[in-house]
Design a protein around this ligand. Structure first.
Ligand SMILES: [Zn+2]
Length: 592
């Protein structure tokens, strides 16, 4: 279908309306504190004057979500950071619960994720919490809460803790700081407020071998991890922590960032059970991003004995009744010959309500109306294919959402439009969105397949990877497994009000369980797309293969891509062979 060839990519901008906070910084404030620098011994524990200079909060108020057919940078969140002077003084607060804090607990299990929840960007804390919780779910159970609600001794109930510092100078509970200093379980600390931990310790530098200094906000575009150079978005203005000289006998640089002038600084340092990341790896993420380094570092904390294993997935996309059965059969034959199990994302009913591709005459075609297509699907199954449900019609109502109103072009479970800059904008849930409505779509999709003699799939994939929380909760009652990237909203962790204007987009290099309870099969390479659409650049076979190669940093990860059957089989073959050559073995999604 020509329209499928044209409109096969989506680029989503979410415009956040966040009030300007530039004047809420700590500019020019002067305080009298006690020094506690591990290296500036002259100032240690003596009253000094501290002038806190400009707070460089990023001006960016936008984020991009990467939909089913796109692989651009996601989560262009503002950052909350400041100068992080060392001369902040020891934290001398009392901690009544300290002694009882960390009794060894043989029943400790899972990961505790703690996040910030104050300041003008309080909402970002929970979104980052969602990211951490979901990634950590790969390794087992998780729990999460705002760090302010941390209770003394709580760390003892977990195998590891992740703290995400996203609010500059949010005052952390003394019980949390003391428990982190005392615990032996792995602690992963991101970005802000590490200085509060240093100031709470009487000998932080002597114990850990590093001391945080100030953020480097220069344009840093490379992070090297396990010998591979991963990308970092040049627009990310959040900065990366710099350090006083690191004592390499105690602290190890886990990943290294490279500045534009070629000099380097640690991106992550580890000392004993403490791993510190100098930034938040969930902002400005992209396919070949330093986010992958963090995804692998979780193994060190949560499954350190995991052996190397690299598996690959491929999904044939947007197969509606109007697809060419010969194309699908040829793909099935190729994959079968090459011992590649695969999935097929099926759209049960084709609709073109506006006649966009039919001379202005509306068109409606159910799967049973195309017996050759039904046969091709059965043939694909016989060649190692697994059918999954990709919505009911993969379009919404009788209008453009955003392109044409035609199946496979448009969103089904979310509203969108194209703005003046030719970017696709998310507008929120569709009119009339409800559990009953979402379930009716799913039931219609299933009954349409049943009418064609096709067994009900047990895996769901959102059209264009988007739906409301209401839809996700409803669909989860019918499907326990989904196969898509995730879009998540404030309120998902239950500690802040639901706010559909605040989203985080995530992809995963391994199987996870998301906040709706879906077991998610990963899709992290994107798809072959030779034409630029909606400000989104082409993505060629070599690009997908490069991403697969970069994902080799993940010791037990999955290189997963999808492919539209109307593109040349030779391109699919290039990707399959390239991914294999990178070191992956293709498997079916059920074996993950
Ligand atoms: Zn689709």
């Amino acid at each position: 279908m020509q329209h499928q060839r044209i409109a096969a990519k989506i680029l989503i901008f979410m415009i956040f309306i966040v009030g300007c906070t530039a004047n809420e910084s700590t500019d020019g404030k002067v305080g009298t504190l006690q020094g506690n620098s591990g290296i500036q011994t002259a100032a240690q524990n003596s009253p000094i004057q501290v002038t806190v200079v400009t707070d460089h909060r990023a001006a960016d108020r936008n984020t991009i979500y990467s939909g089913e057919h796109a692989n651009d940078v996601m989560n262009l969140f503002p950052s909350d950071f400041g100068p992080v002077l060392q001369e902040r003084g020891m934290d001398l607060r009392e901690n009544a619960g300290k002694v009882a804090a960390l009794t060894f607990n043989p029943n400790a299990a899972g990961t505790l994720v703690l996040y910030d929840d104050t300041g003008p960007y309080a909402w970002i804390g929970e979104l980052y919490g969602i990211a951490a919780v979901t990634l950590a779910s790969h390794f087992g159970v998780t729990a999460s809460k705002p760090v302010a609600q941390y209770a003394v001794g709580e760390l003892a109930n977990y195998k590891a803790v992740i703290y995400i510092g996203s609010t500059y100078d949010q005052k952390l509970p003394v019980t949390f700081l003391d428990d982190v200093l005392a615990t032996t379980i792995p602690v992963i600390w991101m970005y802000d407020n590490i200085w509060q931990l240093a100031n709470r310790s009487s000998n932080f530098y002597a114990k850990y071998g590093f001391n945080p200094w100030i953020f480097d906000t220069s344009s840093i575009t490379k992070v090297t991890y396990k010998g591979r150079v991963l990308s970092r978005d040049p627009l990310n203005g959040g900065g990366i922590m710099q350090y006083s000289p690191i004592d390499s006998t105690r602290a190890k640089t886990v990943a290294l960032a490279t500045r534009a002038n070629g000099t380097t600084l640690p991106w992550a340092v580890r000392s004993g059970n403490l791993t510190y990341l100098g930034e938040i790896p969930f902002a400005y993420i992209a396919s070949d991003d330093r986010y992958l380094a963090f995804c692998d570092m979780l193994f060190d904390a949560l499954a350190p004995t995991t052996p190397e294993r690299h598996r690959a997935l491929v999904r044939i996309e947007d197969v509606s009744p109007m697809e060419d059965p010969a194309e699908l059969s040829a793909i099935a034959d190729y994959l079968y010959r090459n011992n590649v199990p695969f999935s097929v994302a099926v759209i049960p009913h084709y609709l073109d309500p506006l006649g966009a591709y039919n001379g202005g005459v509306a068109q409606s075609v159910a799967m049973k109306d195309k017996p050759l297509m039904v046969s091709a699907l059965e043939y694909a199954v016989s060649r190692g294919g697994k059918l999954i449900l990709h919505g009911f019609t993969h379009q919404h109502s009788n209008k453009k959402n955003p392109y044409s109103g035609v199946s496979a072009d448009d969103f089904e479970f979310f509203s969108s439009h194209i703005d003046a800059t030719n970017s696709v904008i998310y507008d929120g849930p569709v009119a009339g969105d409800s559990s009953a409505w979402a379930l009716s779509r799913i039931n219609s999709g299933i009954s349409t397949l049943t009418a064609a003699g096709i067994a009900t799939p047990n895996v769901f994939e959102y059209p264009h990877y988007a739906g409301s929380p209401t839809d996700s909760k409803a669909i989860r009652t019918k499907f326990s497994t989904a196969y898509h990237r995730g879009i998540y909203f404030n309120g998902a962790l239950g500690k802040t009000p639901e706010n559909l204007a605040h989203t985080i987009g995530l992809f995963y290099p391994y199987q996870v369980t998301d906040v709706y309870g879906f077991r998610l099969k990963p899709e992290n390479l994107g798809n072959y797309e030779p034409v630029a659409v909606n400000n989104h650049p082409p993505r060629l076979a070599a690009d997908l293969i490069k991403t697969a190669q970069n994902n080799m940093v993940i010791r037990d990860g999955t290189a997963s891509f999808f492919f539209h059957p109307y593109y040349p089989l030779t391109e699919l073959a290039k990707i399959v062979q390239g991914v294999k050559a990178a070191g992956y073995a293709f498997v079916g999604i059920d074996s993950l």
